[in-house]
Design a protein around this ligand. Structure first.
Ligand SMILES: Cc1cc2nc3c(=O)[nH]c(=O)nc-3n(C[C@H](O)[C@H](O)[C@H](O)COP(=O)(O)OP(=O)(O)OC[C@H]3O[C@@H](n4cnc5c(N)ncnc54)[C@H](O)[C@@H]3O)c2cc1C
Length: 419
């Protein structure tokens, strides 16, 4: 029955993280055409930046890889990377969408051999690793990235060297003259899966992020612990490369606070517990201290929390630290008062990780009709607009996947109604 309605019906999915991937494969496997639009060079969203998944502590690459295979094998899904929706016109069942495709400067003919990166002499701060290291101006994010074709920084594409590098590509895939283009598509329904971005820790002035090298954030810590990250997975201090064996996590850094992000992002406690295991697994003689207001482990994740609490080398201090200072050895010193004992503390660590929360992308930057333009006070998509995963609210991967599947069904329903 779906196929009868599906003829000519396309569902637009904006955002290629785990939620957008899920909506895309669920809708396509039901018989609908899907156009998946992602602004970054590769699919996977934030999950691709995680080192491990809680609660099982497996690699996120596995979960993503299954979806990449389903996309590769399904001719109903078209995906565009480095692309953004500029404008949507029309109404449910009959939208016209204008999409801007930014140049990648490398075509699908790329085999990923890496000859170009080997001769490229220009390095740039690596956005995938939050600028923690430098990478070649023509590159791939990591060995498992999808699509696996390389891409080139736009500024580098204009250089003479880029033209020389293009000549050595055995597949003839490099095109420094590639230009942006705008395409128009007809779609029956739109699902926003634009996800989240980390809260800007520099706004939390008392914690000195950006000022003290050894104060980092939870997402940077994911990259620090990853074998594809800036240190090949070695957890060391950015200031001097010393092994970080004494690590503090500050929960609700900038969250549940009307000066910053007023809401709870639901996953930060679990993320810190997961990250505590990165430290403990890497250095058996390490000590971890978690500063918390209260610990939030949703539903079945409670057992994950309890398991972490069984480790005697992880200490828990109920307190929202007042500030961080730096001592003469470059150690960040966490200062505050223990809420349970009333004791004041000033504790030095090798590294402090701020558990910062999740903000929505300004999902609907594009010009959209009124039926696509509903947001709550924080910018999460709401109302009758179809939103999957963290575009609608901060949450974990399992809940994102559930909501993404539901959104595929709602999008199909919208297409069937008008089809
Ligand atoms: C420190 C930390 C650790 C975490 N660890 C875990 C964990 O171990 N287990 C777990 O279950 N959850 C974890 N999470 C939560 C997890 O990251 C989210 O559940 C997941 O990323 C949600 O996926 P998403 O697709 O909704 O959003 P995203 O991953 O943010 O993907 C959104 C995609 O949309 C793209 N996009 C954005 N705007 C546009 C636009 N205008 N046009 C086109 N594309 C756009 C983005 O580039 C991105 O690719 C963690 C969160 C944090 C903060």
């Amino acid at each position: 029955m779906a196929d009868a309605h599906a003829a000519g019906q396309t569902i637009l999915v904006v955002g290629g993280g785990i939620s957008g991937l899920t909506t895309a494969v669920e809708a396509a496997e039901t018989g609908y055409n899907v156009l998946l639009v992602e602004k970054d060079p590769q699919l996977g969203g934030r999950v691709a930046q995680h080192n491990k998944y809680f609660p099982k502590l497996c690699s996120p690459v596995c979960g993503l890889e299954i979806n990449f295979q389903r996309i590769k094998n399904n001719p109903r899904i078209r995906y565009l990377t480095l692309s953004e929706v500029e404008e949507i016109q029309g109404s449910e069942g009959n939208y016209t969408v204008r999409i801007r495709k930014n140049p990648r400067f490398v075509t699908e003919a790329c085999t990923g051999c890496g000859d170009c990166a080997a001769v490229c002499t220009t390095e740039v701060a690596d956005p995938f690793n939050f600028g923690l290291n430098k990478v070649k101006a023509i590159r791939n994010n990591h060995a498992m990235a999808f699509p696996s074709w390389y891409y080139m920084d736009p500024a580098y594409a204009k250089t003479d060297e880029a033209k020389q590098v293009a000549k050595i590509c055995p597949a003839g895939a490099i095109q420094p003259d590639m230009e942006a283009s705008v395409i128009e598509e007809q779609v029956a329904a739109v699902v926003w899966a634009t996800g989240w971005k980390p809260y800007d820790a520099e706004k939390i002035l008392p914690y000195g992020f950006g000022q003290y090298a050894n104060v980092t954030t939870n997402m940077r810590f994911e990259r620090l612990a990853s074998v594809y990250g800036p240190t090949g997975g070695k957890i060391i201090r950015p200031s001097d490369g010393k092994e970080a064996k004494s690590v503090a996590f500050i929960q609700c850094a900038g969250s549940r606070d009307h000066n910053y992000l007023p809401f709870c992002s639901r996953v930060c406690c679990l993320a810190s517990m997961k990250q505590a295991t990165y430290v403990r697994d890497q250095y058996p003689d390490s000590k971890v201290t978690v500063f918390y207001i209260d610990l939030r482990a949703m539903d079945r994740y409670e057992s994950f929390l309890q398991k972490t609490r069984e480790d005697a080398n992880i200490s828990w201090i109920k307190s929202k630290p007042a500030r961080i200072e730096e001592d003469a050895n470059g150690n960040p010193v966490v200062i505050g008062e223990n809420t349970l004992t009333g004791e004041r503390y000033a504790m030095p660590f090798d590294l402090v990780v701020l558990a910062t929360g999740m903000e929505p992308h300004s999902a609907v930057d594009a010009k959209v009709p009124s039926d696509q333009a509903s947001h709550d006070e924080y910018g999460f998509v709401t109302g009758g607009v179809l939103a999957a995963g963290c575009a609608a609210a901060p949450t974990d991967v399992a809940s994102s996947v559930q909501s993404a599947t539901a959104m595929a069904m709602k999008a199909i329903h919208a297409a069937v109604k008008r089809g």
